[in-house]
Design a protein around this ligand. Structure first.
Ligand SMILES: Cc1cc2nc3c(=O)[nH]c(=O)nc-3n(C[C@H](O)[C@H](O)[C@H](O)COP(=O)(O)O)c2cc1C
Length: 209
């Protein structure tokens, strides 16, 4: 798959085949996570593979009973602020560790797509419960859970807002007419597109500066 295909094909998958993902692929996905940039290259992350059925059950319950998760390989991505805090203080602890983990997670989801696997980023969970279930030390924080599996659905791409709604020039809120906007149509490549939602309500008021 070329890179644009990977970017466009990655979808949040919430229905998986009853087929175990080969361990080598799981480690390849984690390796992709470790290739992400991190503040000072301190790599403030840990990855916890959840294999035990009972632990998995508890994780699913702590993740607001999103039962579909059960049929996947669950990986919990935790931040480990030990070194980042030493080097960068509060900013390192509170911000860089979160960003390190988010960068790793996105790399992992893209690698899963590249390997022909479905994945989903899970943020809705009871943090205290996850920490207890996984016996996390006090300073280790679960940032996200991801699910990996053989997809049993082909979700349509949820619509994205137009690029021009997010981009400002030189100062917050300042928009200009820029011919480059017409060229970038990444989110519109998919023919199957969900209708409705915020996208359709969003009306950009062009203001020629
Ligand atoms: C921080 C974060 C938390 C998320 N939490 C959940 C979740 O708990 N459950 C879920 O089904 N999807 C979750 N998602 C997936 C989003 O719903 C999904 O990325 C979004 O709807 C766009 O769809 P796409 O990933 O197919 O492009 C989360 C995504 C992010 C980035």
């Amino acid at each position: 798959m070329d890179f644009d295909e990977v970017l466009n094909n990655r979808r949040s998958v919430r229905l998986y085949k009853n087929k175990i993902v080969e361990r080598i692929k799981i480690y390849k996905i984690i390796q992709a996570g470790i290739l992400a940039p991190s503040a000072g290259n301190l790599q403030s992350w840990n990855f916890i593979l959840v294999d035990d059925t009972e632990v998995k059950n508890q994780i699913v319950t702590a993740a607001m009973q999103q039962d579909w998760m059960f049929n996947s390989q669950i990986i919990v991505i935790c931040s480990n602020p030990e070194n980042t805090k030493k080097f960068y203080g509060l900013r390192g602890e509170a911000l860089y560790t979160v960003q390190d983990c988010a960068a790793a997670i996105e790399n992992m989801l893209l690698e899963a797509t590249n390997l022909g696997l479905g994945s989903c980023w899970i943020g809705a969970f009871d943090e205290k419960a996850i920490s207890r279930i996984l016996k996390l030390p006090d300073n280790i924080r679960p940032q996200a859970i991801i699910t990996i599996g053989y997809s049993d659905e082909t979700p349509a791409m949820p619509r994205r807002y137009n690029l021009d709604g997010f981009v400002f020039h030189d100062e917050y809120g300042k928009r200009i007419i820029d011919e480059g906007f017409g060229v970038i149509e990444l989110s519109q490549k998919s023919k199957k597109v969900n209708k409705g939602g915020l996208f359709d309500k969003f009306k950009l008021k062009w203001k020629k500066q």
